[in-house]
Design a protein around this ligand. Sequence first.
Ligand SMILES: Cc1cc2nc3c(=O)[nH]c(=O)nc-3n(C[C@H](O)[C@H](O)[C@H](O)COP(=O)(O)OP(=O)(O)OC[C@H]3O[C@@H](n4cnc5c(N)ncnc54)[C@H](O)[C@@H]3O)c2cc1C
Length: 381
Amino acid sequence: MSESPDVLIVGGGLIGLAIAWRASGHGLRVTVIDPHPGRGASWAAAGMLAPVSEAHHGEEALIRLNMAAAEAYPDFVDELEAETEVPVGYRRCGTLMVGFDADDVRALHDVAALQGSLGLAVERLSGRACRELEPMLTPSVSGGIHVPGDHQVDNRRLVHALTVAVERRATLLRQRVTGLVVTGDRAEGVTLDDGRSLHAPTVVLAAGCWSRDLPGLPARVRPPVRPVKGQVLRLRIPIEPALFGGTIRWLVEGSPGYVVPRADGELVLGATSEERGFDTEVTADGVFQLLRGAHQVIPGISEATLTECRAGLRPGSPDNAPMLGRTAMEGLVMATGHHRNGVLLTPITARAIAALLATGEVDPVVAPFATDRFAAPAAPA
Ligand SMILES: Cc1cc2nc3c(=O)[nH]c(=O)nc-3n(C[C@H](O)[C@H](O)[C@H](O)COP(=O)(O)OP(=O)(O)OC[C@H]3O[C@@H](n4cnc5c(N)ncnc54)[C@H](O)[C@@H]3O)c2cc1C
């Protein structure tokens, strides 16, 4: 470990690891601290890179950030794979969103209208056209939208590649941070499980949904992140014949779901969205809902082997967007609250935060996501 790191990063999920990798590329000495790197939300996730199919009314600034993130992906992946020789399963496979009944299709067309008004590429399809694209779909599918630009990455391979890169260029410490060291009004380091303290001019808080609870964090800089539980299943099918073209998302009587097919035959089937604090139990009801939705849209999925049931915790924020940049406390930078798009937002977060650490400059693309946007306005004097 570097005796005098320039930056300490609390949390080695995709966000902390990618910031470390990029910051070390700027010549900074970085230490990432995490007892279980990459095993939080970043491990549970499905890996959809979905700025268009995840577009929601009222989230226009986030949609712009998500689009910029998707554009940054190919170069990020090329560079990481070249450096580590770890393939990360980036597939430009597009996404098909289908509706089961007429109401579901109307809801999808409503989303398509928003997407179209923002200049995003989408194409409305009949039920028959959906089945021509994805023959595994039931004939009962009423219609859908094709989103050619929403791709996927294998988030677990991405965790592996970033871990390899960080272990080569920086320090990855498998310890839990037990507190923030604050002197006066300045963050100066952290304390660890083993009783040691580490010091650095800058501490980056990238602990996902746990970011709010770091001991020693003063209330005025505590990020309003919360855990949003997502139950998700992994299944396996033969690679030959290729049964899926790309990601399929659906609405069945208003309930959403998706299946993300990997090149190696894995299917990721997700996901619930539940406000249950830090609970990560997998429930019979959660598994039932996921399998029922999938079976209604893709009946043949019942033939697949079920290999994993898991629940992860998305780092939710009040406006579903991340908190990125300096905080009101000197020496403390934040990169958290990526909610349902953290895999997508990994490259752009890493680029912006690493540049901030190296140069002090705020990348305009992340300026709307300042960490103080939820702070209560100061009382009049
Ligand atoms: C079911 C599910 C499906 C998802 N699907 C997608 C998707 O398809 N596309 C997409 O873009 N996003 C998706 N997401 C969201 C995405 O996974 C998250 O936004 C992203 O992984 C957040 O990354 P992170 O590094 O901030 O958090 P995490 O990956 O949770 O990492 C936080 C890390 O902080 C560490 N930590 C916590 N406390 C401490 C401490 N005291 N000391 C040291 N370390 C600490 C933890 O060990 C953990 O490794 C999904 C999430 C879930 C749960």
